[in-house]
Design a protein around this ligand. Sequence first.
Ligand SMILES: NC(=O)c1ccc[n+]([C@@H]2O[C@H](COP(=O)([O-])OP(=O)(O)OC[C@H]3O[C@@H](n4cnc5c(N)ncnc54)[C@H](O)[C@@H]3O)[C@@H](O)[C@H]2O)c1
Length: 429
Amino acid sequence: MSQTPTHALPSYLNAEDLGPWGNYLQQVDRVTPYLGSLSRWVETLKRPKRSLIVDVPIELDNGTIAHFEGYRVQHNVSRGPGKGGVRFHQDVTLSEVMALAAWMSVKNAAVNLPYGGAKGGIRVDPRKLSASELERMTRRYTSEIGVIIGPSKDIPAPDVNTNAQTMAWMMDTYSMNEGATATGVVTGKPIALGGSLGRVEATGRGVFVVACEAARDQNIDVSKARVVVQGFGNVGGTAARLFHEAGAKVIAAQDHTGTVHNPAGLDVHKLLSHVSQTGGVGGFSGGQALDKNEFWTLETEFLIPAALESQITLDNAAKVRAKIVVEGANGPTTPEADDILAENGVYVVPDVLANAGGVTVSYFEWVQDFSSFFWSEDEINQRLERLMREAYASVAQVAREHKVTLRTAAFIVACTRILQARQVRGLYP
Ligand SMILES: NC(=O)c1ccc[n+]([C@@H]2O[C@H](COP(=O)([O-])OP(=O)(O)OC[C@H]3O[C@@H](n4cnc5c(N)ncnc54)[C@H](O)[C@@H]3O)[C@@H](O)[C@H]2O)c1
């Protein structure tokens, strides 16, 4: 499917190089035929509501001044305030933040959370900054985007290279500017600042829950299954541990430091401590090193990409020998690769469903902050599991009805909800 000629693009986009936003536009095109009369509103989904680019100047420890490019994009707020993470990475672009914001709109609607979609980022390699430089950059960025965020406007959260400390600085900066403590302005905060129990593990737990639902549909016994995981950070590490505890064999893990393979099953607890001591899976003595491309060709029941975008592509999709792919990362499969996986009968649980556990517990955190009443970890995990199972069931039902992939079905469910809200609200003025 061609990316460019069918879309009327805003002037700030380059049709020759749409990046991740182009992938998202193709996904919207695929769902449009299923939207019935709501397709009249589909252009709404192809334009972010609001895109803010900010300059973030800070004084470095050596006395010089550095400028960083920051973004906050609110893709859609028809169903509720914007919600989505903040990423610090040297490759962040406006196109990437726009796509990630749009996927948040779809994700929140697919799981039926009362949010729109948003995302933020700074184009920076945070490993090159000291802790105090990082704090100054985070605070200045928060102040710059402060005009559009807020507990009932847009609620940031952690994403790649940001964490609970980043959220604490953001919450403090916003609160200082407002003159009142506003815990609900960000989620993924430390527990001491109104964070929620269960938030750290929520995305990986959600990945595991929907993987179990998919396994039941595909007649796979999780306790006897093999699992291959890319990314052994928050999402991949937690999902791997839960699979391991359920009796599955995690036979390979890959991250930026290398790939380890053990057909008899890696000892996930030992691998997790190796990662926390050394920073990655590379050099783990409980398995053999494996070529990074061969990783994708391993025969396995589950393949969990939980690192970065565009990992399953035209180059490796035909070689994937997994029965089920559960997308822990955002956008790990390109649209062309998605078609190949579907043709080869690989069952793909898409990112907008599979990794929604994080934003779901973020939603619980926000609700707890508003009511100043906090739930137990058991309550949180039970509510998370119920919500994820229900979301999987309604998407799988639509997939069966229309004979489409789970990704198209998730987009049908989500885009219908978003455009219904758009339609009943009507256009202002
Ligand atoms: N943390 C969340 O709550 C959450 C929620 C939804 C989606 N996600 C998505 O999940 C993905 C992972 O997020 P995370 O929070 O686990 O991040 P993280 O920083 O904890 O872990 C990232 C992992 O990716 C690996 N990685 C980085 N570059 C790589 C490369 N070139 N090749 C192979 N591996 C590489 C890192 O080594 C690390 O293991 C991202 O796409 C993120 O957007 C995260």
